[in-house]
Design a protein around this ligand. Structure first.
Ligand code: FAD
Length: 531
């Protein structure tokens, strides 16, 4: 399948036509945030000046040095990436882009004496693909997009082996044709690659049911500057510390994942998503905890707080059936604001029926009121559209950024309060949802929205991001539940691993990557501020 084209200045399909923000959302934004009077289009791509390229050659490997190739691999898709792209103010770009066709080409690139930045779908939101040279004379972006095959499916063992650069829709289509699914649907699904997901420990919208990508990895092949590492596909092992765990989430700093063996599941015959309403976020969290701990967890479970629920209904338009039902629910309980949950089950027809009955009984016991299938359908239809809205907001001079964390159930309320308070000092609209459930805790996904400070957009973001990260570590959350560390979270990593833990990771890097060519400045970077 051909690689999907991506808008250079924002998210997604270049042919996507924006229908703008719905009236309800515009009204809310005007009142609470403010909007630029005149839309601000991006700087034209051809007029962007990239840093001068250092020339080099890698025998036997195709290198692209044209403006478009370098521009498209110069950044990921974080808010600061998009601000810089739209303003035409790029500080870094790869000197060349290598497009390997074989694992041997990857090895040749690792031997070229230049810094190497593995590039999957380029959807990193933490600065993971930024082309930093480190101490090296030049930097090459290693675009894995042509290593894009499903290599085998062992149906009996339910194991599929992929090349790293296959994008998730292509991986899913190839598996579906053989009666299987990966069940991995991050919001970046349309562009993210299997290798990129494994390299960042990503989580999908149905990861409560299918597990995160790290739970699916059974085997790996990694090309490192010190040589190849082959970790066979085995269901479990007691052969010392598990090296798979070392490479899953290694973000390209130890080597390049060249093959990935993942556990797959039978393709579901039925997918059913429904809406439920709770009187408060706390009540909803208790219900989700009960679902997980009583063995009635669905595949999809997302609980929006009051603020996100309000915005969701504003986006849907007041005339929606669900919004009506929700309004009736709130009136009956004499509360002003409630919390919407989307709950979904996947599997065989009977399996979905049984699982749904078990979940609904727990939800009702915890005060949930069913809104039926229409909010579930609306969520499913729009589940990958959110990132386009971010571009619409940027055009109207609005910062819209997300961040995510996780903690134990006992600490969830504390973390929710601390991060929300920190962000509200920087943004008038802060909203949150629980997106992934575990027996011991859950993740929290925050969105914050503010009018951009003109000319200081990056500094404004830095201040909000640093405040949120400080609040996360102080309140005992993980610095990232699924976006990974990259450049942006590196200053906070030691809070989670301790300094000797960071030193141990550095020692492993020194062994596998003695010259430090692999993805400089990511994951293990030093320094104490957001870059
Ligand atoms: C709109 C949007 C929504 C998102 N939603 C989610 C979500 O729901 N869940 C989630 O988990 N994440 C999400 N993300 C973050 C991002 O999509 C994930 O981190 C994803 O896993 C990255 O995959 P990719 O192929 O694009 O990797 P890239 O962005 O290309 O690379 C990510 C990192 O992995 C390294 N890398 C890539 N391929 C390899 C390889 N083969 N070997 C070694 N290193 C490699 C890169 O050097 C980089 O450090 C979202 C991002 C955006 C922009």
């Amino acid at each position: 399948m051909a690689r999907r084209e991506m808008r250079w200045f924002g998210w997604g399909d270049p042919a996507h036509v924006s229908h703008g923000l719905p009236d309800g959302a515009l009204e809310l934004l005007r009142a609470r945030v403010g909007l630029a009077d005149v839309p601000q289009p991006p700087f034209p791509a051809s007029a962007i000046r990239l840093p001068a390229a250092v020339e080099f050659d890698i025998p036997g490997v195709e290198l692209r040095t044209d403006h478009e190739a370098r521009l498209l691999r110069s950044a990921g898709k974080s808010y600061p990436d998009l601000v810089r792209m739209r303003a035409g103010a790029l500080e870094t770009a790869p000197d060349a882009v290598a497009v390997p066709l074989l694992a041997d080409d990857v090895r040749a690139v690792l031997g070229a004496g230049v810094a190497v930045v593995p590039f999957g779908g380029g959807t990193s939101v933490v600065g993971g693909v930024e082309a930093l040279r480190g101490e090296h004379p030049a930097v090459v972006s290693l675009d894995l997009g042509r290593l894009d095959r499903l290599l085998s499916v062992d149906a009996r063992s339910r194991v599929a082996v992929f090349e790293p650069g296959i994008q998730l829709p292509a991986a899913e289509a190839a598996l579906n044709a053989q009666g299987f699914t990966l069940g991995h649907f991050p919001q970046s699904y349309e562009y993210a690659t299997v290798g990129g997901c494994v390299a960042t420990r990503s989580a999908g919208q149905a990861s409560t049911g299918y597990g995160r990508i790290d739970a699916m990895v059974v085997g790996l092949d990694v090309a490192t500057p010190a040589g190849d590492v082959h970790l066979p596909a085995v269901p479990a092992s007691a052969a010392g510390p598990d090296l798979r765990e070392l490479f899953v989430g290694s973000e390209g700093v130890l080597g390049v994942l060249t093959r990935v063996a993942l556990r797959v599941r039978p393709l579901p015959a039925e997918r059913r998503y429904e809406g439920f309403m709770f009187g408060s976020f706390d009540q909803g969290c208790n219900a989700l905890r009960a679902l997980e701990q009583e063995g009635a967890a669905p595949h999809v479970a997302r609980l929006s707080d009051e603020s996100e629920t309000e915005v969701t209904f504003a986006m849907a338009g007041r005339e929606g059936v669900a919004a009506d039902l929700a309004a009736r629910y709130l009136r009956a309980r004499r509360v002003e604001r409630g919390c919407l949950a989307i709950v979904g089950w996947e599997g065989t027809l009977d399996g979905v029926e049984d699982a749904r009955a078990a979940s609904v009984s727990v939800l009702r016991r915890h005060g949930a009121v069913g809104l039926g299938r229409s909010p579930g359908r609306a969520w499913s239809r729009g589940r990958f559209d959110g990132p386009y809205l971010r571009d619409d907001l940027l055009e109207r001079g609005v910062m819209a950024e997300t961040l995510e964390t996780a903690t134990t159930w006992s600490n969830l309320g504390v973390l929710y309060g601390a991060v929300g308070d920190a962000l509200r000092r920087h943004a008038p609209v802060v909203m949150c949802h629980v997106s992934h459930l575990y027996e011991t805790g859950a993740s929290l996904y925050f969105t914050f929205i503010a009018r951009q400070r003109e000319g200081e957009e990056i500094q404004q973001w830095r201040e909000a991001k640093a405040a949120a990260c400080d609040a996360i570590v102080a309140a005992g959350g993980t610095i990232t539940h699924h976006h990974a560390v990259g450049r942006d979270h590196a200053p906070w990593l030691h809070h989670e691993t301790s300094q000797p833990g960071v030193a141990a990771l550095r020692a492993v890097k020194a062994e596998l990557d003695p010259e430090g060519i692999m993805n400089p400045g990511k994951l293990l970077a030093t320094g104490g501020t957001v870059p």
